[in-house]
Design a protein around this ligand. Structure first.
Ligand code: HEC
Ligand code: HEC
Ligand code: HEC
Ligand code: HEC
Length: 479
């Protein structure tokens, strides 16, 4: 009996107290060492977990983040077909897949993804290679502008396919946390008045992830060459980087031209850190990314942070259990419920924005055909365009955020609700402008999505085009 109580007592605090960093073997990792197998000499168990991100996670556990099943990656553009129209005009409209494990990141870019995704140049290595900071320092402006392959060739041969390494997140001597990308994240933190030298350990636990799981903008020169990389956080504060701030900064920096409308635009991608840190229940509860994505794991006699980073739905929701009294199955249902609501509203916003986009296409086509539309009310048109762009950026914000809304369900719905309203206003104003100019717009707009979805890219697409489209509340039936 006494023995049982002791074991139970140990189990209760096992989940709460952090693991010891202390080396398993007394080996020193050399300063600046990037090779993970060298780090493995001191911390072999962490290395094993890190290496397992190469394997697909268990199948059938996640509803929206199926990622990779060992054969194919899931094609986001056929899952959310309006994105194929709205992102058409650059690489993301050609190939855009659900993410898979960390071990793939650079290999994915080099060997699997359509080459059109690499046009921005060496700058694309910034959240894919542990050499990013070094290369940016060494090459200066050339790092951003020179072709991707040329900059990648500066990486030592054995590491030209190596993705995130221990050195991205850890100091060599004691494996304490640091982030390696001062040239992006450090600059961004200072811009919102947060001193990178004075971070609480729990803040650092999220920031090591925010090196890459945050949105960024790539400024261009007149010849459309990349000249830098920045996080569009200016004007925000720690814990308060709302979508409005991100949009205001990103749209000042046009990066591409949307094919359907011809509008030059900025872009927003994977804003996991921004959405999570903006007043979410879990941010306010003091949680950090690894609490859910790197729960403590038992490795032999030791306890470690699980370095097989993946969806919590695939790691048994172990990270949730120390804080929640529900079972893992109950929590999984709560996650699905929040995601279903988000995806339903995302679909509504997406089809609404796509409809407005097709009306702009019609307007521009008529303008070209008739050599101008003198009856078109310029002020109405300008207001329609502004509402359309506001809707588009909100859609991109939630559509590229990787949790399907779970990281901050209330905020995701607010952002998408605004997107629906803005897209509807854009459509109404543009219809009014078109009618005034004597252009007949069809009551039901054909989005012609198959034109964007079929025959994409130079490469034979290796992903599954036949994903069933999730439509939890029948939103699409209204379009
Ligand atoms: C160096 C950049 C970088 C850092 C740092 C980083 N990630 Fe990632 N992460 C990526 C990229 C890129 C992908 C997509 C990889 C692919 O699809 O090839 C990804 C994918 C993921 C996935 C999906 C994995 C799967 O199996 O589908 C999760 C979850 C994730 N990251 C969480 C985190 C967390 C939590 C942290 C911090 C502890 C973190 N990441 C740090 C770049 C990074
Ligand atoms: C309270 C728990 C929790 C916290 C904290 C959290 N996440 Fe998540 N995250 C989730 C859940 C749940 C999902 C949805 C997984 C699914 O649908 O399979 C998710 C999904 C993701 C995905 C996509 C995973 C995939 O398989 O494609 C990434 C990437 C990610 N989170 C990164 C982050 C980052 C970066 C942070 C911190 C800024 C963070 N998460 C904080 C719970 C959390
Ligand atoms: C994407 C960031 C990231 C990468 C890459 C990464 N780690 Fe970690 N690691 C973490 C986080 C976050 C923790 C939790 C630290 C904390 O809470 O203080 C951690 C904890 C640790 C610890 C402390 C003990 C523990 O288990 O909590 C060791 C040792 C460690 N990692 C070794 C490694 C090694 C070796 C590699 C490479 C094979 C590696 N890590 C790769 C983010 C990372
Ligand atoms: C650090 C402790 C902590 C962790 C880890 C944690 N939660 Fe929570 N969770 C909370 C707290 C605190 C609240 C807020 C309760 C409230 O506001 O009433 C919350 C709220 C929630 C809610 C309702 C609010 C919302 O955002 O929709 C859900 C669902 C939820 N958590 C699921 C999860 C899941 C799933 C995981 C793991 C992937 C997880 N939690 C991990 C502490 C945590």
């Amino acid at each position: 009996m006494r023995r049982l109580i002791l074991v139970l007592g140990a189990a209760a605090c096992w989940a709460c107290s952090p693991p010891e960093a202390g080396p398993v073997q007394a080996v020193k990792v050399a300063p600046g060492e990037i090779e993970p197998s060298e780090w493995a000499k001191a911390w072999p168990l962490h290395y094993l977990g890190w290496g397992m991100t190469r394997e697909p996670g268990p199948a059938g556990k996640s509803r929206y983040k199926r990622g990779w099943d060992g054969r194919k990656t899931f094609d986001r553009l056929s899952e959310y077909p309006y994105l194929a129209l709205l992102f058409n005009g650059w690489g993301l409209g050609v190939e855009y897949n659900e993410p898979r494990g960390h071990a793939w990141m650079l290999e994915e870019q080099v060997e699997h993804v359509d080459r059109s995704r690499l046009k921005a140049g060496g700058v694309c290595l910034s959240c894919k290679s542990p050499y990013a900071s070094r290369l940016a320092k060494e090459l200066g402006r050339d790092y951003y502008a020179r072709p991707f392959d040329e900059v990648r060739a500066r990486i030592p041969a054995k590491h030209r396919l190596l993705g995130v390494s221990c050195s991205d997140c850890h100091r060599e001597d004691d494996a304490s946390l640091r982030f390696d990308r001062d040239f992006t994240l450090g600059v961004a933190l200072r811009a919102i008045g947060k001193d990178p030298a004075k971070l609480h350990p729990q803040e650092m636990r999220s920031l090591v992830c925010a090196q890459c799981h945050a949105t960024f903008s790539i400024p261009k020169d007149k010849e459309k060459r990349s000249v830098g990389l920045f996080f569009p956080w200016q004007g925000g504060r720690w814990g308060r980087i709302p979508v409005e701030t991100v949009i205001a900064n990103a749209r000042r920096n046009p990066e591409w031209t949307q094919a359907v409308t011809g509008f030059p635009m900025g872009f927003i991608r994977h804003p996991e850190f921004e959405l999570f840190s903006y007043d979410s229940a879990h941010w306010n509860a003091g949680a950090a990314c690894p609490d859910c994505h790197m729960p403590y794991a038992k490795a032999g006699a030791r306890k470690i942070s699980d370095h097989r980073i993946m969806s919590p739905l695939k790691n048994g929701l172990r990270g949730c259990l120390p804080c929640h009294s529900q079972t893992a199955d109950e929590l999984r249902e709560r996650v699905f419920a929040a995601q279903d609501r988000t995806v339903s509203l995302l679909d509504r916003a997406g089809f609404a924005a796509a409809t407005a986009a097709k009306l702009f296409e019609l307007c521009h086509r008529e303008q070209a055909k008739r050599g101008g539309l003198p009856g078109l009310d310029a002020a109405l048109y300008a207001r329609a365009k502004e509402f359309y762009e506001q809707a588009f950026y909100r859609l991109a914000f939630i559509g590229t955020e990787n949790s399907a809304g779970f990281h901050n369900p209330a905020e995701a719905l607010r952002v998408l609700g605004d997107a629906v309203a803005f897209a509807g206003k854009a459509e109404a104003l543009l219809r009014q402008a078109l009618a005034g100019a004597g252009v007949k717009a069809p009551a039901k707009v054909d989005l012609e999505l198959s034109r964007c979805l079929d025959g994409r890219g130079e490469r034979k697409l290796g992903f599954d085009l036949s994903v069933e489209i999730k439509d939890p509340f029948g939103t699409q039936a209204n379009f």
